[in-house]
Design a binder for this molecule. Structure first.
Ligand code: CIR
Length: 253
């Protein structure tokens, strides 16, 4: 059960942020509107939402998920692997002091983005990507071990972040796409398999009574609903253009 979320408004500089997509430049006003819809959906799920102001200095800073990993026991401030994003942790560290007495930290030469961390109850999966290295993943595992969590490190083949291709819904149900469909680390789960054409829908988020999914992925929507979940669909076009997904836009705790 989540009660809170932290999000950060989209800055004008967002349109010049990092991306590997070929979907074109985002429309700032449309992106802002989509972000507002996202905040409304979090509230519909019952969350109290802390909305941080936009920061022109950090074009990608709306993707707050990458700056921290939050559990019931502690906040881990990450060490984001993209140099242009690393300074985003300064503000987040301050913000999290309101909510957490304990803050842990990933240190260089370890790098880790929150988008590479999937929590399944007392188990974490950490992807090794262009943003998260083994040193960062091992530091994270050592921190979480103190609090009784296990960690499995998963080298990624194609996905940008681990959670670009996987989501945990609860009840042993895992949404999987691409390289995770037949991955040995995820054999023990009930899998909701996302087709290649709908891969973007693998980044969905379960929040209390709902699963928030991107709009326009009818086959995936049906599969998630057939597994017993109520869905909320959100238009994510301008977020997808900057390699972002639903999980990236918030920290939920
Ligand atoms: C970046 O390249 O860092 C941003 N444009 C996208 C970050 C997406 N975050 C995430 O998947 N957790």
């Amino acid at each position: 059960m989540f009660t809170r979320a932290i999000v950060k408004k989209i800055s004008k500089s967002y349109v010049d942020g990092l991306t590997t997509s070929n979907l074109g430049k985002p429309d700032f006003e449309k992106a802002q509107a989509q972000h507002a819809q996202y905040v409304a959906a979090l509230k519909q799920c019952g969350l109290e939402v802390t909305v941080l102001n936009a920061d022109e200095e950090y074009p990608d800073s709306t993707f707050v998920e990458d700056t921290a990993v939050l559990t019931n026991e502690c906040a881990v401030i990450t060490n984001p692997g993209a140099p242009s994003r690393n300074g985003e942790i300064i503000e987040m560290k301050e913000v999290l002091k309101q909510f957490y007495e304990k803050a842990e930290k990933i240190h260089a030469p370890g790098y880790l983005d929150g988008g590479d961390v999937l929590q399944v109850d007392k188990h974490f999966y950490v992807g090794l990507s262009t943003r998260t290295n083994r040193e960062g993943a091992e530091q994270f595992a050592a921190i979480q071990q103190k609090y009784g969590y296990e960690t499995t490190i998963v080298p990624l083949e194609k996905f940008f972040h681990l959670k670009t291709g996987i989501a945990y819904l609860g009840n042993n149900d895992l949404v999987v796409a691409g390289e995770f469909i037949d991955h040995p680390d995820f054999e023990e789960y009930n899998k909701i398999v996302i087709d290649e054409q709908e891969e973007y829908c693998a980044n969905c988020i379960r929040i209390n009574d709902y699963v928030i999914i991107p709009k326009g992925y009818e086959r995936s929507k049906k599969k998630i609903e057939d597994a017993g979940y109520k869905t909320i669909e959100l238009d994510m076009s301008e977020i997808q253009k900057q390699d972002g997904g639903l999980s990236c836009l918030s920290l939920r705790f």
